[in-house]
Design a protein around this ligand. Structure first.
Ligand code: SAM
Length: 206
């Protein structure tokens, strides 16, 4: 993948504060999916948080959120909240000695090379509390892995991304976590015939 194109894409979107482009029904579905995973005193790590539109709306009074993103403008657009801390870092170099009950990786894998993805799963295992859950969500290919490098009419720019095959994605996560539950999104939220939105709920580091 051409990382310079991906970097330019996110840099431009972060300046506009626009991390998500999938609409309110997708956000509502994701909040409903994740809310039951947030109990009292839940410590949440949001990897590739953007403006944390998803994770900050999950917070209870006793929750704590660490939002991590490579682009400072995204983090600056997160409203001040004593429950939220922010760290500007590429996920490849992000490190912490803290442990979390819920770790999110939403909409990021499509911009990681497979080696970066695997390295991240290795690190996530060490950041998860016993009993914690890691939720990975992105579009996956219904058939063979799909690589895109083209002008996107929808986004009005060159778009570079990798959509892993659905079964390969599940197998890769199963190699790192004991339990992997897949959650399909409603078909109405899948705009492309070749890909679908899927969440993987992973627990129990291998
Ligand atoms: C599609 S947005 C999703 C934002 C958020 N996770 C959500 O679902 O609302 C992807 C986010 O990942 C961030 N990102 C992409 N690659 C990254 C990397 N290598 N390191 C850190 N952040 C990254 C982007 O800056 C962007 O904020």
């Amino acid at each position: 993948m051409d990382k310079a194109v991906i970097d330019h894409f996110w840099r431009q979107r972060s300046a506009l504060g626009m991390g998500r482009w999938t609409g309110n029904s997708m956000l509502a579905f994701e909040l409903d999916l994740l809310a039951p995973l947030v109990g009292p005193n839940c410590r949440i790590l949001d990897l590739g948080s953007g403006a944390a539109e998803l994770s900050r709306n999950l917070l209870l009074d006793s929750s704590r959120l660490l939002a991590v993103d490579r682009y400072p403008s995204f983090l600056e657009s997160i409203p001040d909240d004593s429950r939220i801390s922010k760290q500007c870092s590429d996920l490849g170099s992000f490190a912490t000695t803290d442990k979390f009950d819920l770790i999110l990786l939403f909409g990021v894998v499509t911009h990681l090379e497979i080696e970066e993805e695997v390295e991240l799963y290795r690190k996530v295992r060490s950041w998860l509390n016993p009993g914690g859950i890691f939720v990975v969500k992105h579009q996956v290919s219904r058939a063979a892995e799909l690589s895109v490098d083209d002008f996107s009419e929808a986004l009005q720019c060159r778009y570079v991304a990798r959509y892993p095959n659905v079964n390969s994605q599940e197998n890769l996560l199963r190699a790192h976590f004991n339990t992997v539950k897949t959650v399909s999104y409603p078909e109405a939220l899948n705009h492309w015939p070749t890909t679908m939105h899927l969440a993987f709920l992973c627990s129990g580091a291998r």
